[in-house]
Design a protein around this ligand. Structure first.
Ligand code: F6R
Length: 366
């Protein structure tokens, strides 16, 4: 049932082009120039009247929420707060009837996320669930929602759930942008078109696999690892670090690239691999200067760059090239090599990739 792959995790990484397509199928109607999602359409007033959106989630789903924060604020100009469900629920949070609470959960069974939405409902907020497992508790407790349609995710380390969550949230943000007029119609069409190209680009990004495996060989004995990114790719840095930690047991931390000089830079020496997402969009030059700072302290740089990049190529120890896309959708591509890197390092360290120690697929107790 692993479809010829050695592990479920690898199978699920490779399923992402198909999974993302299934997520937008029937929802993204490019020819008509519309996005159709019943859960959003039926509750448009709630979304349009919302003072803010509060996203609650845990782990990888929380990282998808952070990416969504950038996307919602940019596209739809609605203030977004992203909360760890476990912190939110115990903080006596301020929630009103004008809040829209979006719960993100692959399993739909995470205890803290479920408790957070129950609390939000009691306080009168509108609760929207983004789940993968159909009929799960969070899906049932939500007022409305949208499934990710990623198919069953068996590997404990979440991969295709993450990219399909971002896909669903992008669709919602685009739909709201259209309704609110916060995005020009030409930009809107451009984004619909680009989102439709993502599965093909993910397919292309997956071709880095052999190259990433070679890089993995050089770093499998590392004890620490730093992941850096800016903007939309800051949460991807967090996710890359989480993936490495959970399956290879190497200590890793993700940071916004600019925060490096506020502390983590002290850790950098010639035994510290630093994975930097340095795509040719957004604040590229700023990221390049961060890479130079790492280089001058002898850190080992593994950079994820846009294909054809020449600047970073001259500085980094390794570059991994991925296709170009709109910056907002770049997490769907930049995350691919990071998933593969942690996968190969974990396999080479003889770790149980699909069932890492101490972890469970759904955390149904707090
Ligand atoms: C990481 C991972 C966990 C989950 C978290 C939330 O790879 O799998 O961090 O993302 O436990 O789970 P869901 O999305 O099922 O609520």
């Amino acid at each position: 049932e692993k479809g010829g792959y050695e592990h479920f995790m690898l199978k699920e990484i490779y399923e992402q082009p198909r999974a993302i397509k299934d997520t937008y199928r029937g929802r993204l109607l490019r020819d008509e120039g519309i996005i159709k999602m019943a859960g959003v359409e039926d509750n448009m007033k709630k979304f349009l009247n919302a003072d803010r959106i509060i996203i609650v989630a845990c782990g990888t789903s929380w990282h998808a929420g952070l990416v969504a924060e950038y996307i919602f604020e940019e596209f739809s100009r609605i203030p977004v707060e992203v909360e760890y469900a476990s912190e939110f629920r115990y903080r006596n949070p301020i929630i009103t009837e004008k809040d829209v609470v979006i719960a993100i959960s692959q399993s739909g069974e995470t205890a803290d996320t479920l408790a957070a939405i129950k609390l939000a409902k009691e306080k009168g907020a509108f609760v929207f669930g983004v789940c993968n497992v159909v009929g799960s508790s969070i899906a049932r407790e939500s007022h409305a929602g949208a499934y990710t349609h990623a198919g069953p995710e068996i590997g404990v380390a979440s991969t295709k759930a993450f990219t399909t969550q971002i896909t669903v949230l992008s669709l919602i943000a685009l739909r709201l942008a259209r309704a609110k007029g916060t995005m020009s119609s030409s930009d809107y069409r451009l984004h619909l078109q680009e989102l439709e190209l993502i599965p093909g680009k993910v397919e292309q990004a997956l071709k880095v696999n052999d190259h990433v495996k070679e890089i993995a060989k050089e770093y499998l004995l590392s004890t620490n690892c730093l992941y850096l990114g800016r903007g939309y790719n800051f949460p991807v840095a967090l996710e890359g670090a989480l993936k490495l930690k959970e399956i290879s047991y190497i200590h890793a931390e993700g940071y916004p690239a600019a925060e490096m000089k506020h502390g983590p830079i002290a850790l950098i020496d010639d035994r510290m691999p630093v994975i930097v997402i340095a795509i040719n969009r957004g604040h590229y030059e700023k990221t390049v200067s961060n890479i130079q700072e790492i280089k001058s302290r002898s850190g080992k740089i593994i950079a994820v760059v846009t294909e054809g990049d020449t600047t970073v190529k001259g500085i980094a120890d390794h570059i991994i090239e991925i296709p170009d896309t709109e910056e907002a959708f770049s997490p769907l591509l930049t995350t691919i090599p990071l998933q593969l890197l942690s996968y190969h390092i974990a396999v080479m360290r003889n770790c149980n990739v699909d069932q890492p120690r101490n972890l469970a697929k759904s955390v149904t107790v707090e």
